[in-house]
Every structure is written in C-alpha cells, then in structure tokens.
Design a protein around this ligand. Sequence first.
Ligand SMILES: *Cc1c(COP(=O)(O)O)cnc(C)c1O
Length: 229
Amino acid sequence: MIDIPANLAHVRQRIALAAIKAGRSPAETSLLAVSKQQSLTAIRQVLDAGQRDFGENYLQEALPKIQSLGGENIVWHFIGPLQSNKTRAIAEHFSWVHSVDRAKIAQRLSRQRPENLGSLNVCLQVNIDEEDTKSGIPVAQALPLAQLVNTLPNIRLRGLMAIPRRRQDNSDAFQKMSALFRQMGASGEFVCWDTLSLGMSADLESAIAAGSTLVRVGTDIFGRRKNSG
Ligand SMILES: *Cc1c(COP(=O)(O)O)cnc(C)c1O
C-alpha cells in the first residue's frame, strides 16, 4: 500500500535537507504536488496533510477535479502543454500557468482572465536543452518574451520553468536556468520575479542546490502513475 501522508512528509524532509545542504532556507522552496492521473481520493489525502498547491497537465482531466474539490482552498497550477483553444478554461480555473512559451498564448490568457480572479501568475517555460521535441522557448528568446508578457494587464510574470532532458545528472541544466533567472531578474524590470520552477521527484535535490524556488513532485508523493509520463 502507498502511504501518501508518509510520502509527502518524506518529500518535505528531502526539500528541507537539500536546502540546508545548499546553505538556503527551507522556506525558500515551495512544493507543488503534481496530481495528474491521480484520483480524487489520493488528492484528498494530500490535501488533508496540509498541501495546498496542486499541478495538472491536461485540462480535460483537471476540470472535473477542480469542480469536485471546489469547496477546498486549493491553488491550481497548470504545468502542461498549452493550446490556443484551451486558454479560456485555463484562465478561468487556474491561479498559475508554468508553461507559457508563446506571445499569442500569453495574450489570450490575459484577455480571457476573468476580472474578479485578479492577475494570472505566469512562468515562461524554457527549453533549456534546446530539444526539438520539447515545449519551451530557447534561452535567447526568454528576455524578449518576458518583456512582452510583462506588458499584459491581467498577467503577473513570476519567473521561469524548465523540464530538462532525462539524464543521470541535471545539475548543469539547472545551473544554466538559475543563471538565466538571476540575470533576467537583475534589471528590476519584472516586479514580481520570484519563481524558478525546477525539479521533480528524481532530481529535486540538485534543483534546490541550483536555486529552485518551487519543485513539482508527482511520483514520490502519489506513487507511480498508471500511464507513466
Ligand atoms: C509529471 C510532471 C511532474 C512530476 O514528475 P514526477 O517525476 O512524477 O515527480 C513535474 N513537472 C511536470 C511539468 C510534469 O509534467
């Protein structure tokens, strides 16, 4: 049997230890529980253990969960690939989007964001390994896209996100992301620039060592997904 509360406690402990080892405060890195392909029952167990931020990759799968858990105080993050025909529902149901990589998508999200919900928090996804198959902007386009997104009225630009290529050790990719994040923040032109969304179950330690402020963890909280992806 999977003991979800114990798994969650263990992940939190790993985050704290990694932070201390890196000379950072454990409070500088928050935890996003990635609940894609997980049941409502499992999500409720994570909620009951005090977790508030949840991430989903697929709109169709997320909407019924968001509706069922509507009475709960959950902050929903969209972390999957974005299509134009999905932006309205995403703008209406999520507080954060981590995977913005095109101006057109950002403009639609801003236009479609309901006024009563306040600004939508956005990270730009960077294709740090410049893989053909991966979503995300090349490093060189991060600053120009950020400057454009920063002008949109209903978007609050928060920082950067990346999913490095699967390999033994992601430290170099994470360090590259961290350098880009600091360099872009140094100008002071982005006023809420505070989020570096890096690290998953297998590599959260090296992400935190590089400066991650938010790790996205699915498997090590919920157990393996049915269609592991
Ligand atoms: C699935 C997913 C995760 C979680 O991955 P685990 O290895 O299960 O922790 C994190 N980020 C994104 C973007 C994902 O799609």
